[in-house]
Write a protein that binds this ligand. Structure first.
Ligand SMILES: NC(=O)c1ccc[n+]([C@@H]2O[C@H](COP(=O)([O-])OP(=O)(O)OC[C@H]3O[C@@H](n4cnc5c(N)ncnc54)[C@H](OP(=O)(O)O)[C@@H]3O)[C@@H](O)[C@H]2O)c1
Length: 256
């Protein structure tokens, strides 16, 4: 019989790790949870505290050969993927002309390309009732000067997720795009390497526990988007009614 599995990328830290903890605690009928990230040791430590069968899959998902490896593993195991969570991602704050090119293209490679590749690899093994949770961001709602590539990469994730959701409706596979504002995780250690986030943003900081429990609830209810916390829901609503040129100019002014 095919194994029922859950796959989580970015599981070694922050939101991905929290998904692993909450899924492990609440999801029944799962034979194995696959934890993906580059840092094997962190994954092993996390796995040690979980009660389900865990497979540690240490890989860099931006490397094509590693995606091939994932595809081979899925083919060999003939799994049924009940849930895929794509949480691996990073952002770096700074103007396009000032950040290193590799830091910027790296964001696109991980946040967009790798997320697409992992999703595509998993699709043949998903069926009626399966869920896909994609970590986008509230940065997807509007272009962000000083965080341009990251915001654009998350707009890609959100757009890709909403379109994929429609494509998969006939198969009864449901996709949820998760769009939180700032979350208290090690994300900012990388993001603020060259510049700080707007202090007004930090006022809306939420915990990974809040984001993940809301996201799992929304995915369970087959919702297209999960937006945790009132301030970010208000920001989402503003982005629907105000001209984006006005919002981006305001963001730039706040940056000083
Ligand atoms: N924190 C926030 O404020 C915030 C807000 C909105 C959206 N998000 C999004 O939420 C997601 C999770 O962020 P987070 O806050 O949990 O950040 P985080 O704590 O820095 O976690 C990022 C995860 O991505 C993994 N990763 C990075 N590069 C990888 C690669 N090449 N291959 C495989 N795994 C890789 C990291 O593991 P290894 O280093 O072990 O590979 C880590 O597990 C991201 O997509 C982020 O853009 C975050």
């Amino acid at each position: 019989m095919a194994k029922n599995i859950v796959i989580i990328t970015g599981a070694s830290s922050g939101i991905g790790m929290e998904f692993a903890l909450q899924i492990d605690a609440h999801l029944r009928k799962t034979d194995e949870i696959w934890l993906i990230a580059r840092n094997r040791q962190k994954l092993k430590t996390l796995a040690g505290g979980l009660r389900n069968n865990i497979r540690v899959v240490a890989m860099d998902i931006t490397v094509e050969a590693q995606i091939d490896r994932l595809r081979d593993m899925l083919r060999e195991e003939r799994c049924h993927i009940r849930m895929l969570v794509n949480s691996a991602g990073y952002g770096i704050i700074g103007d396009v002309a000032e950040l290193k090119l590799q830091e910027q293209t790296g964001m696109i490679r991980l946040n967009c390309e790798a997320l697409t590749a992992v999703t595509r690899c998993c699709l043949p093994y998903m069926s009626r009732g399966s869920r896909i949770i994609q970590m986008a961001s509230s940065a997807a709602f509007v272009a962000q000067p000083g965080f341009a590539v990251y915001a654009a990469s998350k707009a890609y994730v959100d757009s890709f997720s909403l379109a994929l959701r429609e494509e998969l409706k006939g198969r009864e596979i449901y996709v949820t795009s998760v769009c939180p504002g700032p979350v208290d995780t090690p994300f900012f250690a990388i993001a603020e390497r060259h510049g700080n986030a707007l202090s007004v943003k930090k006022l809306t900081l939420v915990t990974p526990e809040q984001v993940v429990s809301q996201a799992l609830r929304d995915a369970c209810l087959k919702r297209p988007r999960s937006v945790c916390s009132l301030p970010i829901q208000a920001f989402e609503a503003l982005c629907k009614v105000l001209p984006h040129t006005l919002i981006t100019a305001t963001i730039r002014t706040l940056k000083g």
